[in-house]
Every structure is written in structure tokens, then in C-alpha cells.
Ligand binder design. Structure first.
Ligand code: NAD
Length: 475
């Protein structure tokens, strides 16, 4: 058990205030994370500002070199990182291996490589002379992340921001404050100049102070739509660029020709990944009326067959939720569901899990899309199965949502499924699977967010475009 730390200006220091980090499966204390104070946040922003001129003028190739060293440093620590994250938030280790153990290093290498092929300046002919169109780093970034994929979601901001020449203050969620410091260790080991990446943790108060800090040039946020709206309002008032990756209530459209065995295999991940604590989860299952009973039975059997238990065991499909608060929230939604629909699987805390914040995989049938359990993000292992009569009605139901983040379409006829995917109004959608692609933009429309992460678009999010008009011929 250690005291809480923050990482500011290249140094670890004891945090002035702290919050206990609790293991999701055992309810035992894992350690203490920082509850960053205003003075610590002032110091972190000042360090990022002081480091900005040096880092932004470091040649792109040299920045890429440091990012690759940081990837190596993270990779060395991967086994410890993936286990720590699973203890913090209950993510099954099979998933944590990729999401927390491997993906951050992949992202650092991807953006390092992208620097080699992205020109900082482009010359365009103009009516008089020519224009140099230049990509400059946007400046000091405030990154605020949630606890559900702590390493991946933070690195989706760190890697492109640092590649672009920005400096950063990362504020991790209190539930996952401990693993965030692994970024700091890796930064130190890689020789990242002091102040380029500062790591703190804390709750909404620390986050709100950071978002409105006068030393911040851009905010990158992943979290709930409710917090996203507050942050967007602040950034609107300050005219501060902001990227928002928010909640979702995505649809899995099972077409009438779907192979149900293959579909259900895919839904294991698309609809239950990370114990349901995933923003792009296909949590509304849309089933053709003619096959409705068959789909309900198959999805209920899937839920009943999932192995619920210790997230550190490789055989576990569903671990605990991150906190008692989250468990209570999900159980309250299940109570709402009992009044709105028919419970066909789960619906309670599993009897064989006396400690930890578990909820059994739960499925509701006979759900109308207007029900609260079909419209609101539950963020737990709770699915709704909704009938539809035609392809057009399936698309209409999928689109009848405040959110627009993900989704899936299931059919052996890939072209037909792709055509349906084109008609669903979301930022991303999968055909017969749902797998984030490091090279393709990820993000939402409507209440699911603003802007994109990953791919070249993820780098552009940290660049300001400047046009330099010049009379005369170009060089
Ligand atoms: P949350 O919004 O409560 O917290 C997320 C982060 O924001 C935490 O670090 C928190 O301390 C901070 N925060 C909260 N209020 C703030 C405020 N007013 N100002 C500044 N910072 C603030 O969300 P959560 O419950 O921790 O995470 C779950 C939510 O995140 C879900 O809604 C989920 O869909 C969403 N999410 C979205 C994506 C995506 O990429 N779209 C990915 C993962 C999670």
C-alpha cells in the first residue's frame, strides 16, 4: 500500500489529497490515488506550458523516436498493467491483455509511424502567389478519462497529442488512478522531456478545474454524456476546442437471414464486452418478428452460459462492475426493466459471488424501443431484445435514440448488411463483428460526442491549421 502520487514536470511527488482505490472483485483496498488539488493542477498546467516550446520545436522524427521508446517501456510492464487494471475495474484479463496490455504500445507506434508520412506543411497554388498550409500543435491539452478502458482511452489521447507536438495534463478517473501512473514511469524511462506529459487523478471537481484552466488550449474528454455537456458548455464559453467521446445505446440488427449460432458468438463480445461497461456496446438487440422467439431464446442462453467470476481467471467472461455505485445503478435499471418488459435471463446479483460488485448477465424481451431500458445507457451487462417487421423499421428503431456511437449488423449477406450499416446514423458500426481499428476514426454523433479519435483524424484533432499566404513563386 503506497501513498498517492502525481507526476508533474517529470517528477513523482506525494499527492496532497487522496482517494482509496478499491479492488472491484474483492472490495479490498488496492492503494491510494490522487485527488488532485487546484494547486497541483496549476503546477501540472504550468509544467505543460513550460515544456510546450521545446517539444513543439523538436523535429517530428525525434518525437517519434521518444514515442517508440515509451511503447517499449509500456510493453515491458504489460503483464503488471493488465492485471492492475483488472483489479481496479473488474475487466476480465482476457480482454485486459489486449486493451490495457498491448493497445497503448500499438497506438504509440502507430502515431510515431504516422509522423513519418504526414507532411507538416503543404504548398498550394493561390490566385496570387501560393499558400503554405501548415499543421501546428494546438498547445496544452487537458485529457480527462473514465475508468472503463483506462489505458486504451488515455493513450488514444496521449499518443496523437504528443505526436502532434502538444503537451498534456492527463487527469485519470479516481477508480483507476493507479494504472495511470504507469504512463509516467514509461515517460521517464523513455526520456520524454519533463512537463510534456503530466499525470494526475481526481474526481469531477479536479476535472472541472482543469477544463476551465486558463493555461489549457484544448480539452479531450471521454466519459458520460452528462459530464460531456457540462464540459462542452465551459469550452463553448471559452471558445476552447474540445473532443468529446460520450455514451451510447447501440443497436445490433439481426437480419432475417442471420446464422444465429454465428451471431450469438459475435454478440458475446459486441454486447457483453467488459461486463457491459463499454460505450459502443450493442445493447439493443433488434430481432426480425418472424424469428423473435428464436432470437430471445438464443440471447438468453448466451447470457445464462457466460462464466461470471474472478476477472483474473482466463476462463471468466464477466467480472464485477467497477464500484458499488455502478452496481446499484445497474440493479435499479433492472428494477425499471421488470416494470417495462419481460425478464428472460439474469436480473440479480449472482448468489455464488458473496463479495465484489457482480451483476448477472441480464436479458429483457418484449421491449418497446421507447422504454427507459432501451433509451438510457445502463453501462452494465443488460440487454434488451426488440422486435421489428422490416429492414426499414430496423433502421428506424436503431436511429430512434439520443445516441449514435456504435452498432452492428448480422447477416451472411455482407453486402446487404453493409447497406443497412450505411443507413444507421452512428459514428461507427460493425458488420458481423465490432472491432476498433487503430487506422480508422472512432467517435459518435448526436449525444455520443463531437470529433474523432484514432486514425489520421485522431492526429488532426491535436493540430491547428495555419495558412501562410506568399506572393511570388513557391520554392
Ligand atoms: P463520468 O463522466 O462520470 O467520468 C468520466 C471522467 O470525467 C472521470 O475522470 C471524471 O472524474 C471526470 N468528470 C466527471 N464530471 C466532470 C466534470 N463536470 N468536469 C470535468 N471532468 C469530469 O463517466 P464514468 O461514469 O466514469 O464513465 C462512464 C461513461 O463514459 C459512460 O457514459 C460511457 O458511455 C462513457 N464512455 C464513452 C466512451 C467513448 O469513447 N465514447 C468510452 C468509454 C466510456
Amino acid at each position: 500500500m503506497s501513498t498517492a502520487s502525481v507526476f508533474i514536470a517529470g517528477q513523482f511527488r506525494d499527492a496532497a489529497d487522496s482517494i482509496a482505490v478499491i479492488e472491484a472483485a474483492t472490495e479490498e483496498q488496492l492503494g491510494f490515488g490522487a485527488a488532485a488539488t487546484e494547486s497541483e493542477i496549476d503546477d501540472a498546467v504550468a509544467a505543460a506550458r513550460a515544456a510546450l516550446p521545446g517539444w513543439r520545436s523538436t523535429p517530428a522524427g525525434d518525437r517519434a523516436g521518444v514515442l517508440r521508446l515509451m511503447a517499449e517501456a509500456l510493453q515491458k510492464r504489460a503483464a503488471g498493467t493488465l492485471e492492475l487494471c483488472s483489479r481496479e475495474n473488474g475487466m476480465p484479463v482476457r480482454l485486459s491483455k489486449g486493451a490495457n496490455g498491448m493497445f497503448p504500445a500499438v497506438l504509440l507506434r502507430y502515431y510515431a509511424d504516422l509522423l513519418d508520412t504526414t507532411e507538416q506543411e503543404e504548398v498550394r497554388p493561390a490566385a496570387i502567389g501560393h499558400t503554405i498550409v501548415r499543421r501546428e500543435p494546438v498547445g496544452v491539452v487537458a485529457a480527462i478519462t473514465p475508468w472503463n478502458y483506462p489505458q486504451a482511452l488515455a493513450m488514444m489521447k496521449i499518443a496523437p497529442a504528443l505526436a502532434a507536438g502538444c503537451t498534456m495534463v492527463l487527469k485519470a478517473a479516481p477508480e483507476t488512478a493507479l494504472d495511470a501512473l504507469i504512463f509516467a514511469e514509461a515517460a521517464q524511462e523513455a526520456g520524454l522531456p519533463a512537463g510534456v506529459l503530466n499525470v494526475i487523478a481526481g474526481g469531477p471537481q479536479s476535472g472541472a478545474y482543469l477544463v476551465s484552466h486558463p493555461g489549457v488550449d484544448k480539452v479531450a474528454f471521454t466519459g458520460s454524456t452528462a459530464a460531456g455537456r457540462i464540459i462542452a458548455e465551459t469550452c463553448g464559453r471559452l471558445l476552447r476546442p474540445v473532443t468529446l467521446e460520450l455514451g451510447g445505446k447501440s443497436a445490433a440488427i439481426i437480419l432475417d437471414d442471420a446464422d444465429l449460432d454465428a451471431t450469438v458468438k459475435g454478440l458475446r463480445s459486441a454486447s457483453f464486452v467488459n461486463n457491459g461497461q463499454t460505450c459502443h456496446l450493442s445493447s439493443r438487440i433488434l430481432a426480425p418478428r418472424a424469428r423473435y422467439a428464436e432470437v430471445v431464446d438464443a440471447v438468453a442462453a448466451l447470457a445464462d452460459g457466460l462464466v461470471v467470476g474472478d476477472p483474473l481467471q482466463k476462463s471468466t467472461d464477466i467480472g464485477p462492475l467497477v464500484s458499488r455505485r455502478q452496481q446499484q445503478r445497474v440493479l435499479e435499471y433492472i428494477d425499471v426493466g421488470r416494470t417495462e418488459a419481460k425478464l428472460v435471463a439474469g436480473g440479480s446479483v449472482p448468489a455464488d459471488q458473496p463479495r465484489g460488485w457482480f451483476v448477472s448477465p441480464t436479458v429483457f424481451a418484449e421491449v418497446d424501443n421507447s422504454a427507459r431500458i432501451a433509451q438510457e445507457e445502463i453501462f452494465g451487462p443488460v440487454l434488451t431484445v426488440i422486435p421489428y417487421a422490416s429492414d426499414q423499421e430496423a433502421v428506424d428503431i436503431a436511429n430512434d435514440s439520443e445516441f449514435g456511437l456504435g452498432g452492428t449488423v448480422w447477416s451472411p449477406d455482407v453486402d446487404r448488411a453493409t447497406d443497412i450499416a450505411r443507413r444507421v446514423h452512428t459514428g461507427t458500426i460493425g458488420v458481423n463483428e465490432y472491432q476498433l481499428d487503430v487506422n480508422a476514426p472512432f467517435g459518435g454523433v448526436k449525444a455520443s460526442g463531437l470529433g474523432r479519435e484514432l486514425g489520421p483524424e485522431g492526429l488532426a484533432a491535436y493540430q491547428a491549421i495555419k495558412s501562410i499566404y506568399r506572393v511570388g513563386p513557391s520554392a
